[in-house]
Design a binder for this molecule. Structure first.
Ligand code: AMP
Ligand code: MG
Length: 484
């Protein structure tokens, strides 16, 4: 474990050449200060968590102090936004500083909000505190839930005024991920007919993130199969945990299957199939129940981009497997949430009536499954969530029949269910509470308390019971937009 200055950084993306990125220079935020550092992420990249306190830590990421091994660049990409192709996007406010390589893999260090880049168009290259807090918390929440995600090493605040609907302050997060290459990166080179560059990017990605296919004669097919598989599995995890990304444009789709580019995302409170956290998504293209279909749509867009090097027949054969991979995984995850093993046929028969009742009665998705995990008082608490008592009681009869008591001791089953049904979820109102405290009172205690519970969301954390409470009435009024 070392200090920031000791990190051995490499620059493989830079070495791909000028067609792939532009060198950039960060513009420091005024009076930047550390709000929070994630010790687990520090350890992942071989950084001593004490490095957060080092006098030059913030300055290095903020561009005030030169770091001998940082070589900031912004990546070029394009992508489909809300179904329409946009020929050029690129990192408008993200800068890749370098890459750490260790036993666990390659880790990109990227700042988000450090100033404009050649891809900023008319925007300012900044990220406001509110959206940075949300990304910071959600990166940790996803890892706590065991869902692939980009990570955030630290959250930095400042006194830099940043104009959105009103004047806010600028912030910065340092994002850590095994790749920042997006579906849209391939689309860019394909749609501009830069086929050599497209091939180089594919080789680079296979070598760096999919080495298992490197030696194969069908490396590109294998690579595409893995991307489709990871995407389908990720969709199943989002659906099982009640997460909606909000902006599943192809430029926000990580090629390695991470949850990536957090904007107007949301965990649903009460179960709502057509939940739309992004207030700007009028048509509901990226609603909760649309995500698996959009995941496949995005894989098709990627297949289209890979056309110069991947035959239609092979691509279609792979795309055709998306649905069954998704479905099998979703049912497996839901069976675990229900505490049912080995009888997957009955899962849809249990879920369909349950979800209908939950929707009508606006039953909290997470509280229901957590209560269900408790062999003692849980059933009464779960029942209390419904207005239609006879309906849920009839459902419990179905449930009990699908789940013979004798198979496994109640205690053991409860433990297994609690290990997949989180007690703590990053509900929008909790993120909003952390934001209000930070913006209004300069108080970051809620951020740090939420980090504690979200990093191990299946544990009890008795001192923080309040973060597992029923959402307050005002949480229904929260509206999120793409403005960040
Ligand atoms: P997003 O919706 O965050 O995925 O952003 C879409 C595109 O707009 C990406 O290319 C971003 O880098 C860019 N972008 C968003 N906000 C800003 C900003 N404040 N400054 C510069 N570029 C931005
Ligand atoms: Mg984006």
């Amino acid at each position: 474990m070392g200090q920031l200055e000791d990190l051995q950084l490499s620059h493989s993306f830079l070495e791909l050449g000028n067609d792939f990125s532009s060198r950039v220079v960060p513009v420091p935020l005024r009076n930047a200060y550390l709000i929070h550092g994630n010790e687990h992420v520090a350890e992942t990249i071989g950084l001593d968590p004490e490095a957060f306190q080092h006098p030059t830590f913030v300055g290095c990421f903020n561009g005030e102090q030169a770091h001998p091994r940082f070589a900031p660049l912004s990546m070029v990409y394009s992508g489909h936004q809300f179904g329409s192709y946009v020929p050029q996007l690129g990192d408008g406010r993200a800068m890749l500083l370098g890459e750490v390589k260790n036993k666990a893999g390659h880790w990109d260090l990227v700042t988000k909000g450090a100033g404009p880049t050649p891809y900023s168009r008319f925007a300012d290259g900044r990220a406001v505190l509110r959206s940075s807090i949300r990304e910071y918390l959600c990166s940790a929440a996803m890892s706590g839930l065991g869902i692939p995600s980009s990570q955030a090493l630290c959250l930095i605040g400042s006194e830099e005024p940043v104009r959105r609907e009103s004047v806010e302050t600028g912030a910065l997060i340092v994002r850590v991920a095994q790749s920042h290459v997006r579906f849209g990166s391939f689309e860019y080179f394909s749609h501009t007919n830069q086929h050599e560059a497209l091939k180089a990017l594919i080789d680079y990605t296979i070598q760096r993130n999919f080495p298992e296919h490197q030696a194969s004669e069908q490396a590109i097919e294998g690579f595409f199969m893995s991307v489709v598989q990871r995407t389908a599995l990720l969709m199943a995890q989002w659906q099982a945990v009640g997460f909606t990304h909000g902006v599943m444009n192809t430029d926000n789709m990580s090629i390695i299957g991470d949850t990536f580019d957090y904007g107007p995302f949301g965990f649903m409170d009460s179960f709502l199939p057509h939940y739309i956290p992004n207030h700007s998504d009028h048509g509901g293209r990226y609603a909760f129940d649309q995500q698996p279909g959009i995941g496949l749509w995005n894989c098709r867009a990627l297949a289209y981009a890979l056309k110069p090097v991947l035959a239609d027949e092979a691509a279609n054969g792979i795309l055709n497997q998306f649905e069954s991979i998704y479905h099998e995984e979703y049912l497996r995850l839901m069976a675990r949430k229900l505490g049912i093993t080995g009888t997957e046929k009955s899962i849809p028969e249990l879920l369909n009536p349950l979800f209908s009742m939950m929707t009508v009665d606006e039953v909290d998705y997470h509280r229901f499954f957590r209560f269900l995990s408790d062999p003692q008082s849980g059933r009464a608490q779960a029942t209390a969530l419904f207005r239609n008592k006879s309906g849920i009681e009839a459902w419990f009869t179905l449930y009990d029949n699908a789940r013979p008591e004798a198979l496994c001791p109640a205690e053991e089953r409860s433990r297994d269910m609690k290990a997949v049904n989180p007690k703590y979820v990053l509900r929008s109102y909790l993120a909003e509470t952390a934001i209000r405290k930070a913006e209004d009172d300069h108080d970051h205690s809620v951020i740090s308390e939420l980090m504690t519970v979200l990093e191990s969301p299946f544990d009890e954390h008795p001192t923080f019971e309040r973060y597992a409470a029923e959402p307050p009435e005002w949480s229904r009024q929260i509206e999120l937009s793409c403005s960040s």
